[in-house]
Design a protein around this ligand. Structure first.
Ligand code: PMT
Length: 407
């Protein structure tokens, strides 16, 4: 963020237990030479004090719309015009609802209405509140209006619940801000297809075979390409993740559906990335009706048949073959198995992840990758999937560009 001109950031803090994490966000911004002004909603003052935030940000903290003293120093319209970017972290369900309907009943909501700067929002609330249809509808509307959502993360919450609603970590919010401010649109014209998430292979109308993939890794890669201007098609297995901005999403259920979409799109684009955890097998005969439990037998035998290998078929395209990147989810001999998939499936590159390690891989916020291509390899250390995805995009581009020079 340390470019010629200091970036001017308004950090809005609303009432929520995650408010304390914003102190670290402000510290990261200051460290990156940004100028920071903090706006607190009245509810936020119950969680963090203006005095602390003043000391961390190096500027007076604004708390009230109707404070003549504060208005004299920097009025709310002036503040709205001053900002290069407004980031609200944490954004409570109440604030999100007020922002959606365009209320201006406190300083922060008024500032959001009055600013032309990009607004980033890091929602934080109880998982049930986050899952509510009305909260989801509000977030969809805000996102459609161009407000960038960061997170929330999934995990244990302050109230003891487990689920989606935790505020994203300050490092992730900082990185999103940095990207937004320094956005390079250097990939305009590049077409990328990404598969993400699990597939579901039906057994009968109510049961299926699947796996633990959440889609987070693939969605993060889609977002990282889209932020740099690439045209991204995301073929997603069943997941509840929101669609990243400027990404064309195609929802599928089974491996066969994913295969069909992949083969159609792969030959129209330059890069194909297979991040989905595709079921290797499907049930040969899917029952039309729910299978009843048998009283006579203790076992039920399902006959499985092999699914098409999507990425191998893409890599074997004889015409308009894209640069093809696979993933390898391994629990042992990670490098060895990944390299054999690189060769066996005739890929250009493979990203190996050790899915036996705690806190990474399937349905985790973080991941670590060991990349292999035919002439080299590189390790990407454990990091949040959004940050890792940006690093991975750089590595893929480097190898893709090399491959273009050779052609
Ligand atoms: O979704 P998350 O919760 O964020 O988790 C991310 C992840 C762990 C799922 C991801 O990082 C990952 O490793 N994805 C690939 C998982 C996998 O199925 O690996 P595999 O080794 O079984 O398959 C190797 C490659 O072949 C993959 O690119 C896979 O997409 C592809 N494949 C596999 C089978 C098949 N029938 N068709 C395929 O295209």
């Amino acid at each position: 963020m340390a470019d010629k001109q200091k970036k001017r950031i308004v950090v809005g803090i609303t009432g929520g237990i995650a408010a304390y994490k914003s102190i670290e966000l402000i510290r990261l911004l200051r460290k990156a030479q940004a100028e920071v002004r903090v706006v607190l909603t009245p509810a936020a003052e119950a969680f963090v004090t203006p005095l602390t935030l003043q000391a961390i940000s190096g500027n007076a903290v604004s708390t009230s719309l109707l404070d003549p003293q504060a208005e004299l120093a920097m009025g709310h319209i002036e503040l709205a015009k001053w900002a290069d970017c407004v980031v609200i972290a944490p954004a409570s369900a109440d604030f999100i609802a007020r922002l959606t309907v365009g209320m201006a009943n406190d300083l922060l909501s008024t500032l959001c209405l009055a600013t032309a700067a990009p607004i980033l929002l890091a929602p934080a609330m109880n998982q049930q509140m986050f899952a509510q249809t009305i909260t989801q509808a509000n977030l969809t509307q805000l996102s459609a209006r161009g407000i960038q959502l960061i997170g929330p993360a999934t995990g244990e919450q302050a109230c003891g619940d487990i689920g989606a609603g935790r505020m994203s970590e300050p490092e992730e919010i900082f990185s999103a801000l940095q990207q937004r401010l320094l956005q390079k649109q250097d990939l305009v014209g590049l077409g990328v297809v990404i598969t993400a998430g699990p597939t579901r292979e039906a057994i009968d109308p109510v049961r299926y075979i699947s796996n633990h993939s959440s889609g987070k890794m693939g969605f993060a890669i889609a977002q990282a390409f889209a932020e740099r201007g690439a045209k991204v098609s995301l073929i997603a297995g069943p997941t509840t993740l929101p669609t990243p901005r400027n990404v064309h999403r195609i929802d599928v259920e089974s491996a066969q559906q994913m295969w069909q979409q992949s083969l159609t799109l792969a030959c129209q684009n330059q890069i194909f990335i297979g991040c989905a955890a595709v079921a290797d097998y499907r049930v040969e005969q899917v029952a039309n009706q729910k299978i009843k439990k048998s009283d006579d037998s203790n076992e039920m035998i399902l006959k499985l048949v092999k699914n098409p290998d999507i990425i191998a078929d893409v890599a074997n395209l004889s015409q308009h073959r894209p640069f093809t990147v696979g993933f390898a989810a391994e629990t042992q001999q990670v490098a060895e198995y990944a390299q054999s998939k690189l060769q066996g499936k005739k890929l250009d590159m493979i990203c190996a992840n050790d899915v036996s390690a705690q806190g990474q891989g399937f349905n985790a916020e973080q991941n670590a990758l060991h990349l292999f291509w035919h002439t080299g390899n590189k390790q990407l250390a454990l990091n949040h999937k959004n940050i890792l995805a940006k690093q991975l995009v750089n590595e893929i581009l480097q190898q893709y560009q090399q491959s273009q020079i050779k052609e």
